[in-house]
Ligand binder design. Structure first.
Ligand SMILES: [Zn+2]
Length: 170
């Protein structure tokens, strides 16, 4: 059965897509609460249960204390898979990361100096600052406190069919 479960953050934004088997395990362990179920029922020798369609992570100290990790995929997520120079939206394979202030000019690898860029813009800008290259940033990059996945980001990251049961949760 190739049903997937949509995992939500404690604050109800889509986190990622997991297998229904994993969703059942997490639910059994009390780590998630089930928000929506599929019509499908699975039977085991001891019990029968419905497959979770949407689950939500329970709030734990872990979620409060740590901000999103500084990573390639989280930068794409923050920028919504959108080139921060020309505004084009691409799959992650068609995007790369750009140092706003170039490394060669002392630019750091940090949330406030790295943006999502398409390859043509990255090439055009080369080792220059946006001012030197006469290119404008769509918005100033900042360190995010939370990352919520838009519907589009989720689809760009995970190729899944979207079941009707997810409607209203993402
Ligand atoms: Zn671009």
């Amino acid at each position: 059965m190739s049903l997937n479960t949509l995992l939500l953050t404690p604050w109800m934004s889509p986190a990622r897509v997991i297998s229904w088997q994993k969703a059942i395990v997490l639910s059994f362990l009390g780590k998630v609460e089930v928000m929506q179920e599929y019509e499908v029922i699975i039977h085991s020798p001891s019990t029968s249960l419905r497959i979770p369609a949407v689950v939500r992570q329970r709030r734990t100290p872990h979620f409060r204390s740590k901000g999103p990790a500084f990573s390639r995929s989280n930068i794409f997520l923050r920028d919504d898979f959108t080139c921060q120079y020309c505004g084009i939206t691409r799959d992650k394979a068609m995007l790369n990361l750009d140092h706003v202030s170039p490394k060669s000019q002392g630019g750091r690898s940090a949330w406030d100096n790295i943006v999502t860029s398409c390859y043509p813009c990255n090439q055009k800008k080369a080792g220059r600052t946006p001012e030197q290259a006469s290119m404008r940033l769509l918005r100033k990059p900042v360190r995010p406190t939370r990352l919520a996945k838009s519907r589009m980001a989720l689809l760009r990251e995970e190729s899944v069919n979207v079941p009707a049961e997810w409607e209203g949760y993402w």
